[in-house]
Design a protein around this ligand. Structure first.
Ligand code: CTP
Length: 404
């Protein structure tokens, strides 16, 4: 419930993307927010207030003359206790209206009358691609940003009109992720965070390989939390089927050597490195180029292995890391004696912080428990979902970066 306790005023303006707002509204409620829907007359041509009332659990307002507000001032009353006004979809016409400070319907009136210092305004544009790139729209976009509004990106792809390009409203889940991110403190702004995540896969032949049970969930959660905290984030991912967190640059790799090369190639830009990947320690010395058959043509038992390079140790040895410009955080997935093994590992890898967890208790799960180890001692992060732990860990590391 990432929006627990938040009160969102959800504004709908006229556009076919209104159908996505129904799902977005559900998402807000599922994340723990309370939602007050305000619609323009044009929005009512695309989706009925009945639908939005049923989903939000509150009567919908669509007129500044609505006498239900006790003082007959819905434009004041509805916005005062809001944590944000989110207009999704925000049409080209509504952007133009807001940019000019016009207020001839309830929603625009409410946006203008909101206490701007305490009630942020977030807009999710939705329109045809020609409308989006029109200089008038782009001019209004710049004006709205200058006035302090937050503009969500637009999506790219096939549009309801049959054309293809920029201008679609983001998908409900994307809007939700961006809104959740909006509320997170920007403790890592200015940092470039590099994260390795997931298992690696070491080929034996074209159909088989050696891998492990890491799901990548913890690493992906850390990448998302770092992005939410304002960092630029690169995620080097082993073979996992997880969706890329919003705003994160993902580089897919397969083997440990590929992960090593991709990570080291990014090291110059990075200021923080989280090594969450479960890197295979060994790989077959040579991968067969044809499937090894049981007919005696291949000899699995005689297979030779070579050790993979240690990505974390190599990063920690870089002059950039040794001079304090690259802060390295290691992970240790152990099956027993967590404290002893993880403490020894921290010293062996030469990193200031190592995060220990019990591997078999967390692989593939949505929750985890962490033990943070540094030169001063240990700190436990009790069992929680991986996203909550990732945010707490990012805050913990941000505090160290602020002190150094
Ligand atoms: N690591 C790495 N590259 C490797 C092996 C490990 O970057 N080739 C990183 C992991 O991402 C993790 C930390 O090192 O942050 C510890 O990984 P782990 O597999 O627990 O440790 P190992 O060094 O492999 O030691 P052992 O297998 O003996 O426990």
């Amino acid at each position: 419930m990432d929006l627990k306790g938040k009160h969102i005023v959800l504004g709908l303006t006229g556009g076919i993307a209104c159908y996505k707002s129904a799902e977005f509204c559900r998402g807000l409620i599922k994340e723990g927010a309370t939602v007050q829907v305000v619609m323009t007359q044009a929005a009512g041509e695309f989706i009925t207030p009945v639908t939005m009332q049923a989903l939000s659990g509150r009567p919908v307002f669509d007129s500044q003359w609505d006498a239900r507000a006790p003082n007959n001032m819905a434009h004041i009353g509805l916005s005062r206790d809001a944590d944000a006004i989110v207009v999704a979809p925000c049409s080209a016409d509504f952007m133009a209206k807001l940019a000019q400070g016009r207020a001839d319907d309830l929603l625009s009136l409410m946006c203008l009358a909101r206490p701007a210092a305490s009630v942020p305004l977030l807009l999710a544009p939705a329109m045809n691609r020609e409308m989006w790139i029109h200089p008038a729209t782009q001019r209004n976009l710049a004006l709205l940003k200058a006035d302090g509004a937050t503009l969500f990106d637009v999506g790219n792809g096939e549009q309801a009109c049959g054309e293809t390009g920029d201008g679609r409203m983001l998908e409900p889940q994307e809007l939700l992720q961006d809104l959740i991110a909006f509320f997170q403190p920007k403790r890592m702004a200015g940092h470039h965070v590099l994260v390795t995540a997931g298992p690696t896969f070491e080929a034996i032949d074209p159909v088989r390989g050696i891998t492990n049970r890491s799901s990548g969930k913890m690493g992906f959660a850390i990448a998302r939390a770092a992005r939410e905290a304002g960092a630029e984030v690169s995620l080097i991912a082993g073979p996992v089927g997880l969706p890329t967190p919003r705003g994160v640059t993902r580089i897919d790799v397969t083997s440990a050597q590929e992960m090593f090369d991709a990570t080291l190639a990014q090291a110059d830009q990075a200021s923080v490195f989280f090594a969450t990947a479960a890197v295979a320690d060994w790989r077959p010395a040579t991968a067969a180029d044809r499937k090894i058959k049981k007919d005696g043509s291949g000899d699995i038992a005689a297979m030779e292995f070579v050790e993979n390079p240690d990505i974390l140790a190599a990063m920690a040895q870089l002059p950039r890391a040794r001079s304090g410009h690259l802060f390295c955080v290691g992970f240790a997935a152990e099956s027993h004696d967590l404290l002893a093994h993880a403490s020894a590992k921290r010293l062996r890898k030469g990193v200031p912080v190592l995060v220990g967890n019990i591997g078999p208790a967390t692989f593939g799960q949505d929750d985890n428990a962490l033990l943070i180890i540094d030169a001063q001692g240990t700190q436990e992060m009790p069992r929680n979902n991986k996203m909550a732990l990732a945010r707490a860990l990012i805050e913990n590391i941000a505090m160290r970066l602020e002190k150094s």
